[in-house]
Design a protein around this ligand. Structure first.
Ligand code: GLU
Length: 511
């Protein structure tokens, strides 16, 4: 029988969860959703030195904002395998039990080396030109551990509570093979693998032991994580094997890195060109907060859509997808092995697509509070029309104000570059004609204003430059649809702006 799909996102609370972490959570979530399985949030907090206050809550808030909702785990309700925090699980003695089993079977051993002794070993190996010095099947022979010390000495040390760690006993020259859903077969010789610490001197398990114990205990079917864990996977395979659990181990999938826009190196949290965190993140160890996608004006649906396509493609060139659609199409077989370049301009484009798909009423609802901050509270139909016009031009609701500010506030200056260039071919008389035609109108809506302008063109005996009209009324050379904008502004405002614009031009530009 196929194993029920149970996947986990297992972050360590060592800082804010960045977009790479969210993508790992998302791929787990989509896979669980596709198969009607479970998605679990497990907090891997065994490294007390790296614990950061607030990080766990941030992870929960970030997943919630993205709509990547675990159905078991810290912050989302206990399932059958609670607790879901490793520090709490440790209290049940579970990790020690598995470590003892490995020791009893001769696959793990006690190591009593002090940090000075470890340092000395490293220096010795470096002096002998060993490229990556490590505690392994060769070097362990010269160290103080239960493989080199006599049985009595080990007993004495343990009884006298001498500090020790438990290490995995990696064989000297064995081929370790495993299959990764994304990468295919991976083959590594055990001489490349170090004797990883499984239990630390404070009794805490390391990630290597703890995640295996938990994945087994929580009946995880697939372990999906970042590529940075690939080099440790051979050691993990050995642990499963030595515990007699190779048949129960989850299938592995190591996701590719998310690379900088230039394709060199992975995205850094200090990136200044675009946000790296889903929500703004204040690291308690630093002064300045990091900006978030949410605060930059991204919709969570857009953010999630952007992340989904970093490394995965649905195979049909489709870009805009709802979470349900993504889940239907999702497969690890379509996740690429190579790094995924992040394109911040494309990310904005995605947001714009989601923005354009909102109704004018929805946009008005999001924009109203921002407009209120500026001191304006127009009626609903005005605001909806405003949103309809400016949404074509921008990628974020945060930019709605700048796009149509001239409607509310008289511009301080007119775009001189356009006027200087174009006034040579036109004259105040032409725009006075437009002004008079506008003044004579009794109705004021888009078709009437449009028709009136064209009548002015006929009376003028030729085309009238619309960009000049735009500059005279709005101050700027570009912006939302001109006649729609004029209709929205209302006759009085348009006439007044045109009059003052013309007065200005007469003093400065008229030949
Ligand atoms: N705690 C590990 C991390 O933060 C989890 C790796 C895994 O998913 O196995 O990356």
């Amino acid at each position: 029988m196929e194993k029920r799909v149970r996947v986990r996102f297992a972050p360590s609370p060592t800082g804010g969860l960045h977009m790479g972490g969210v993508r790992t959570a998302l791929f787990n979530y989509l896979f669980a959703k596709k198969h009607g399985g479970d998605f679990i949030l497990r907090i891997e907090d065994t490294d007390q030195n790296r614990f950061v206050e607030g990080a766990e809550q941030y992870i929960i808030d970030a997943l919630t904002w993205c709509g990547i909702q675990p159905n078991e785990g810290v912050g989302f309700g206990d399932g059958p395998y609670a607790p879901y925090r490793q520090s709490e699980r440790k209290e049940t003695g579970i990790y020690k039990k598995y470590a003892d089993q490995l020791i009893a079977a001769g696959h793990a051993y006690y190591a009593f080396d002090t940090s000075e002794e470890l340092d000395e070993m490293r220096k010795r190996l470096e002096a002998a030109k060993v490229v990556a010095p490590q505690y392994n099947s060769v070097t362990r022979q010269n160290m103080r551990n239960s493989l080199t010390l006599g049985e009595d000495e080990v007993k004495r040390l343990l009884e006298s509570n001498a500090p020790y760690v438990v290490r995995l006993k990696v064989p000297r020259n064995e081929e370790i093979r495993f299959q990764d859903i994304i990468r295919g077969w991976v083959v590594v010789n055990s001489s490349q693998v170090d004797d990883k610490v499984l239990l630390k001197s404070d009794g805490m398990p390391t990630y290597h032991l703890a995640h295996i114990v938990d994945d087994i205990e929580m009946k995880i079917s697939h372990a999906v994580r970042g590529e940075e864990w690939l080099p440790s996977a051979p050691a993990h395979i050995l642990i499963y094997r030595y515990l007699g659990l190779e048949n129960e181990m989850p299938q592995l999938a190591h996701l590719p890195l998310i690379l900088n826009p230039d394709g060199h190196g992975k995205i850094s949290k200090r990136e200044a060109r675009f946000p790296v965190f889903p929500l703004s993140w204040q690291d308690p160890r630093e002064h300045t907060p990091y900006g978030g996608y949410k605060e930059a004006g991204y919709y969570p649906e857009a953010f999630v859509n952007i992340l989904a396509l970093l490394g995965w493609n649905p195979g049909n060139n489709k870009e805009l997808m709802s979470v349900d659609e993504m889940a239907t199409l999702f497969e690890f077989e379509r996740v690429s092995k190579s790094g995924a370049k992040f394109d911040p301009e494309k990310a904005k484009w995605f947001n714009q697509q989601y923005l354009k798909a909102k109704t004018d009423a929805e946009l008005a609802g999001s924009f109203r509070p921002l407009l209120k901050e500026k001191g304006y509270e127009p009626n609903e139909s005005f605001l909806k029309e405003y949103c309809r016009l400016v949404k074509e031009k921008v990628q974020f609701v945060n930019d709605f104000w700048a796009q149509g500010r001239f409607i509310f506030e008289t511009p301080e200056k007119l775009d001189e570059a356009v006027l200087t260039k174009k006034w040579k071919e036109t004259s105040a008389a032409t725009y006075t004609l437009v002004l008079e035609k506008f003044k004579a109108l009794h109705t004021w809506d888009i078709p009437t204003v449009t028709a009136c302008f064209h009548e002015a063109e006929t009376a003028n005996g030729g085309k009238i430059d619309m960009q000049v009209l735009r500059v005279l009324v709005t101050g700027a050379s570009g912006g939302p649809q001109l006649f729609d904008t004029l209709a929205l502004m209302g006759k009085d405002k348009v006439v007044a702006r045109l009059e003052s614009g013309l007065a200005l031009v007469l003093t400065n530009f008229e030949k």
